[in-house]
Design a binder for this molecule. Structure first.
Ligand code: NDP
Length: 467
C-alpha cells in the first residue's frame, strides 16, 4: 500500500521528523539527495522501519505516495528549496502539495506561494521549532499557506506536534508566508531570551565572582518559579556540566563567539520595515554580532582596560536578578507580539494572536510557563500591548524596580546588559506620555520644512525659523 506522506532531506531535522511521523502511525516515504543516507536511515529506524519506504529517486518517491500527495521538504533554506520544488513539480499532479518545513525567509515563502497560486498547485510554508529533540518527539508547528492545503495535512501535523495539556502545538497562522513569519519572530524572541539569560549570567560571573556551579544553582532555583522555561532549564544544565577531559566547567572552556543562522536578523529587518519597535530583540542580535568581534574586543580590553569590575558585596541579590529577568522577558514578548500585530495588519494575515502564544507553550525553544499566561491575556485583548493586560501590568509593577536596579548597577560597573537595558528603556518610553519628539519635529521642520502638529491647535504648522 502507498504512503500517506513523503519527506525529502534526511538531515538532522528531516530524519527526526520522519521517525516522529512513522511513530504516530503514518506510513511515510523518504528521499535524500545522498542516497546512501536514505538506506542508512532506514536501517537505523528499528521497528519503525516498516512504516518507512526508502526511495532512491524522486520518481520512486512520488510513485510511492497516495494521491493527493503531500511531500515535506526539510532541506536548507534558500536555493535548495527552489531546486527541490523545480525537480518535484513536473512529477506531481495538480492537487499534490509541497510543504517547505525549513527555516525559510517568509518573503521567499510569499514568493513561492504566489508562484504556486499562479500554477494552480498547493503549497505550504511551515515553521518547525524545537530542534532535533522537538522534531523527534513533538515540535511546535506554525503553518502558512492556503487553509485548504493545511486541512489536507493537519491531522498529521497535529499528531506529530508537541502536546500541551491535550492541545496540539500546531496551528495554521494565515496565508502565504504567515507561518514562516511567526517562526522568525519566535526565533527573534529566542535570541532575546537567551541574551537576557547570558547578561544575568555575566552579572553573576563577572560582577559577583560566581563560579559556574553557583550560576547553575541560581538557574535551577529560578526554573521552579515564574521564569520556568526550557531556556532557563538548559542554562542550569549547561552551567552544571563538567568537561570530562579537564574537569573544568564546560561553560568556562567554551569560546565566547556566538553563531547565528540569520533568523533573528530577519526579525529585526522586518520590524524595521514595519516600523515596529523591538529594541530588546535588536539588542540581542547586535550582541551576537559584537560577540563575533573577538579580536577587536581583546584589543579594546588591552587599550582601555577591562570593562567589568566586581560589584560591591550584596549589591544585587538573587531575587533582583530573577525579577529583572521577569520584567525583561515581558518587555521582549510585548514587543514581539506587537510586531506580529503590525505584520498581521500589513500583510492582511489576521494572525491568531492567542493561538501563537498557545503553540509556543510546548515543543519550541521558547516554551515557558509564562506563555500560558500570555495566551490567556491575548485571548481577552489580542491587539492590545501585552504590558496592559492586568496580569502582566501587575507583574511589571512588581518586577520593574528590580530591572532598574540591575541595569543601573550593571552599567555603573561595566557589566553589559544591552537587552535588559533595552527592555527598561522600552518600559520607561511606554509610560512617558510626553516624549521629546517635539524636538525631533522642530528639527525636521527647521531643515526640511516637514511641518509639525501643535498641542493646542489642529493642522500642519511651521516654526518661526526664518530662512
Ligand atoms: P542538515 O544540514 O542536518 O540537513 C540538510 C539536509 O538537506 C540533508 O538531508 C541534505 O542532503 C539536504 N540537502 C542539502 N542541500 C540540498 C540540496 N541542494 N538539494 C537537496 N537536498 C539538499 O539540516 P537541518 O536538518 O538542521 O535543517 C533543515 C532545515 O530545518 C533548515 O532550513 C533549518 O534551518 C531548519 N531547522 C533546523 C533546526 C535545527 O535545530 N537543526 C530547527 C528548526 C528548523 P545530503 O545528505 O545529500 O547533504
Amino acid at each position: 500500500s502507498k504512503s500517506e506522506i513523503g519527506l525529502i532531506g534526511l538531515g538532522t531535522m528531516g530524519a527526526m521528523l520522519s521517525l516522529n511521523i512513522a511513530e504516530k502511525g503514518f506510513a511515510i516515504s523518504v528521499f535524500n539527495r545522498t542516497t546512501s543516507r536514505t538506506s542508512e536511515f532506514h536501517a537505523e529506524a528499528g521497528e519503525l522501519a516498516e512504516q518507512i519506504t526508502p526511495c532512491d529517486t524522486l520518481e520512486d518517491l512520488v510513485a510511492s505516495i497516495a494521491e493527493p500527495r503531500a511531500i515535506i521538504l526539510m532541506v536548507p533554506a534558500g536555493g535548495a528549496v527552489d531546486e527541490q520544488i523545480a525537480a518535484l513539480r513536473p512529477l506531481l499532479g495538480k492537487d499534490d502539495l509541497i510543504i517547505d518545513a525549513g527555516n525559510a525567509n517568509f518573503r521567499d515563502t510569499e514568493a513561492r506561494a504566489a508562484q504556486a497560486e499562479a500554477d494552480g498547485v498547493p503549497f505550504l510554508g511551515i515553521g518547525v521549532s524545537g530542534g532535533e529533540e522537538g522534531a523527534r518527539h513533538g515540535p511546535s508547528i506554525m503553518g502558512g499557506g492556503r487553509k485548504k492545503a493545511w486541512d489536507q495535512v493537519s491531522h498529521i501535523l497535529t499528531a506529530i506536534a508537541a502536546d500541551y495539556e491535550g492541545t496540539a502545538c500546531a496551528t495554521w497562522m494565515g496565508q502565504g508566508g504567515a507561518g514562516h513569519f511567526v517562526k522568525a519572530v519566535h526565533n527573534g524572541i529566542e535570541y532575546a531570551d537567551m541574551q537576557m539569560i547570558a547578561e544575568i549570567y555575566g552579572i553573576m560571573r563577572d560582577g559577583q565572582g560566581a563560579d559556574a556551579a553557583t550560576c547553575a544553582e541560581a538557574f535551577e532555583t529560578w526554573n521552579k518559579g515564574p521564569l520556568q522555561s526550557y531556556l532557563i532549564e538548559i542554562s542550569g544544565k549547561v552551567a552544571a556540566a563538567r568537561d570530562a577531559e579537564t574537569g573544568n566547567a564546560v561553560l568556562d572552556i567554551i569560546l565566547d563567539r556566538a553563531g547565528q543562522k540569520g533568523t533573528g536578523r530577519w526579525t529585526v529587518i522586518e520590524a524595521q520595515h514595519l516600523g515596529a519597535p523591538i529594541p530588546v530583540i535588536e539588542a540581542a542580535v547586535a550582541a551576537r554580532n559584537l560577540s563575533a568581534m573577538k579580536s577587536e574586543r581583546e584589543r579594546g580590553e588591552a587599550t582601555f582596560g577591562a570593562a567589568p569590575v566586581p560589584l560591591p558585596t550584596g549589591a544585587l541579590g538573587r531575587d533582583d536578578l530573577e525579577q529583572a529577568l521577569i520584567a525583561g522577558k515581558i518587555m521582549c514578548y510585548a514587543q514581539g507580539f506587537h510586531l506580529l500585530n503590525s505584520a498581521s495588519a500589513e500583510f492582511e494575515w489576521d494572525l491568531p494572536m492567542p493561538e501563537i502564544a498557545r503553540v509556543w507553550r510546548e515543543g519550541c525553544i521558547i516554551r515557558s510557563t509564562m506563555l500560558n499566561d500570555m495566551a490567556e491575556a491575548l485571548t481577552g485583548a489580542p491587539q492590545d500591548n501585552l504590558m496592559f493586560a492586568p496580569f502582566f501590568a501587575k507583574l511589571i509593577d512588581d518586577s520593574a524596580p528590580a530591572l532598574r536596579r540591575v541595569v543601573a548597577t550593571a552599567v555603573s560597573h561595566g557589566l553589559q546588559v544591552p537587552a535588559l537595558a533595552a527592555g527598561l528603556s522600552y518600559y520607561d518610553a511606554m509610560r512617558t506620555g510626553r516624549s521629546t519628539a517635539n524636538m525631533i519635529q522642530a528639527q525636521r521642520d527647521f531643515f526640511g520644512a516637514h511641518s509639525f502638529e501643535r498641542v493646542d491647535k489642529e493642522g500642519a504648522h511651521h516654526g518661526p525659523w526664518g530662512s
